[in-house]
Design a binder for this molecule. Sequence first.
Ligand code: NAP
Length: 317
Amino acid sequence: MASFSTFKCISISGKSCGNNKVSFCGHNMCSMQLQHCVNHSQRPSRVSFAISGIKAQVATTQQANVETTESVEAPVVIVTGASRGIGKAIAIAFGKAGCKVLVNYVKSSKEAEEVCKEIEGVGGQALAFRGDVSNETDVASMIKTAVDAWGTVDVLVNNAGIIRDTLLMKMKTSQWKEVIDLNLTGVFLCTQAAAKIMMKQRKGRIINIASIVGLVGNVGQGNYSAAKAGVIGFTKSAAREYSARGINVNAIAPGFIISELTVNLSEDIKKAYIEKIPLGRYGQPEEVAGLVEFLALNSAAGYMTGQVLTIDGGMVM
Ligand code: NAP
């Protein structure tokens, strides 16, 4: 595993600017702040290192029979909405696998920096990137940032998501649009931008975080269930379109996972959910992260595309 000594921050040009964090307004809207937190003594570059097992390599179908120990480059991974919750667990899992991880967030800069530090503490490299995934300009800058820093994008995890729950009879158009724009259009924008890079190298893995609500619906979540059902349909279409380019696209549909998204639900609702979960408990973000890691890095997942894997304690079966 690669190990690095100094904790340095760099500007978007990749030039070292001391050990201080750098704020960067990447376009005239000035809506983004870039904080590269690269635990490296030089400009970040693709690093070759020896690993054992099948972790930390984005294997295509052709690569399925690789030797168990060989020199491979650390995969470059983008995780949207990685400052907390499921996205944070996913980003750290990739860090443990030795990956270079772009930690996207929109508000929680301090938390995103902490995630970067944690990734570097477990053997990965990280940079935090502030950007709204429903904004096309931000998405283009996010992909460019990963490519400028590390040369490519191997894995994209479309995780960022919000809820604006209310009954349909009360739902405002703004609540509908906000959820569709981020949870569905954001997945489209990030996928399209990342796939452009992946197509050139003829390999890549895209994992979309949907929800069981996209499969079965839910009272008070008309906007959210429509977006998540859209993500599932989009995943299948993208899998068909990109299969000839060596890009696998799959979706994960979590059930009730402990995070800030769910922690504030009323006790009545939480109790009602537990009663419907055959395994009798909520899921942990790390459990979702393990499944993402499998789909992203394991050579066995090289023969999977267009699938929706539920991880829900048996709620939907
Ligand atoms: P969470 O704890 O609320 O975290 C949401 C993340 O998304 C945060 O990192 C947040 O960044 C980021 N985000 C919000 N708006 C964004 C934007 N416009 N652009 C970029 N990032 C943005 O949510 P979670 O529970 O971990 O959920 C993660 C994903 O799993 C979502 O897609 C959700 O729908 C799905 N899911 C969750 C559950 C569950 O039970 N928790 C179940 C099924 C599916 P900031 O911190 O900067 O705001």
